[in-house]
Design a protein around this ligand. Structure first.
Ligand SMILES: Nc1nc2c(ncn2[C@@H]2O[C@H](COP(=O)(O)OP(=O)(O)O)[C@@H](O)[C@H]2O)c(=O)[nH]1
Ligand SMILES: [Mg+2]
Ligand SMILES: [Zn+2]
Length: 330
């Protein structure tokens, strides 16, 4: 079966020499499924040539070479327009690219569990850091009263007023999500295991293609049914990337996205007496003043300070690690 790579979001332009063009639709240990003009091929990704710098991620555009012994292998990962990334939970300091080349990120949350504002803020920071459009999708509305969705929507509005909130329950509300997809447009789903991401993809597909997880009773946490990140081509032409649930949302050094989530605090900081005010016990602090005046939520300021501290500590650790490895080399 031949594939038109424009349908897979190829932005156009010259294809570099060095192999056949393709887009990674799935990554498994050392191997990838790659959509190419001549169909989906299974390609090796762990040859020394392929892994020069960039480990291939779902959504990557790559060049595939035919190795006489190994068969198809990824010769090169083309430069990325953007990525959805977090700090690698196993190797601190390293960036883990969740998916590459996304136009939009949908933060998916199931209404069968609480949505702490701190978690939403973290997800927003990494979603915005991708540079794509961002919306929140609340699932399982059919299992809850209308006020549950309204409550969570209010949390989202409090944290990020301009972020669209879509509500789905079963078939209901799928059209609104479908409106975020479109020909050649890549939309990544981000959210905990059990949030309903794979169900959402199946709903958009109109068929039960992806495996759906059971949610354990009690803690409403899903099992990891989805184990790889998978790019799915929708009948309407859009592309959706389903991801396994992520529990740990480690931040990279993403000042800009952080500032966007806490932009109002950032603006207020300009009015503090000290330029490096920590908004703690400093005199003439505009942020503390606003909390006292009741115009800003103290808990939000606390989360802002905690995230800033976390980033500063990570930065210090990264620098120390850098120093040590430089010393080691000498
Ligand atoms: N009632 C209801 N159940 C849903 C909805 N979306 C997902 N679920 C259920 O939630 C569980 C986890 O869904 P799944 O799509 O596997 O979540 P994922 O881990 O985010 O991919 C499954 O039992 C789904 O049937 C929904 O809109 N309504
Ligand atoms: Mg899933
Ligand atoms: Zn201050």
């Amino acid at each position: 079966m031949t594939i038109d790579l424009d349908d897979y979001g190829w932005p156009g332009g010259d294809v570099p020499d060095g192999g056949a063009l393709g887009r990674i639709v799935r990554v498994d240990r050392g191997e990838c499924d790659v959509a190419t003009a001549s169909g989906v091929v299974r390609a090796l990704s762990d040859s020394q040539r392929a892994q020069s710098e960039t480990a291939p991620a779902t959504g990557d555009w790559v060049l595939i070479e035919e190795d006489p012994e190994l068969g198809p292998l990824i010769a090169r990962v083309l430069s990325r327009a953007n990525t959805l990334s977090r700090r690698d939970p196993s190797e601190a300091g390293l960036e883990q690219v969740l998916v590459a080349n996304v136009d939009a990120v949908l933060i998916v949350h199931g209404l069968d569990r609480p949505f702490p504002a701190g978690r939403l803020e973290r997800l927003l920071v990494i979603a915005w850091d991708s540079g794509g459009d961002v919306a929140v999708v609340l699932t399982k509305a059919d299992t809850r009263s209308g006020s549950a969705a309204a409550d969570v929507a209010a949390t989202v509005r409090a944290v990020a007023p301009e972020t669209p909130v879509l509500v789905v329950g079963g078939e209901e509300g799928l059209d609104e999500v479908a409106a975020w997809t479109g020909p050649g447009r890549t939309v990544a789903l981000l959210g905990e295991s059990g949030a309903g991401k794979s169900t959402l993809v199946n709903g958009l597909l109109g068929e039960q293609r992806l495996a759906i997880g059971e949610v354990r009773g009690g803690d409403a946490k899903g099992r990891h049914t989805t184990v790889s990140r998978e790019l799915v081509h929708l009948p309407g032409g859009g592309l959706v990337i389903d991801t396994p649930g992520i529990r740990a949302v480690g931040l990279l050094d993403t000042e800009e996205a952080l500032d966007r989530v806490f932009g109002d605090l950032q603006d207020l900081s300009a009015e503090c007496r000290y330029a490096d005010c920590a908004h703690d016990t400093e005199p003439d602090c505009a942020v503390t003043g606003a909390v006292e005046a009741g115009s800003i939520d103290a808990r939000r300021v606390a989360r802002y300070r905690a995230l800033r501290t976390e980033l500063a500590e990570q930065r210090a650790r990264d620098e120390e690690r850098g120093r040590r490895s430089r010393r080691g080399r000498r």
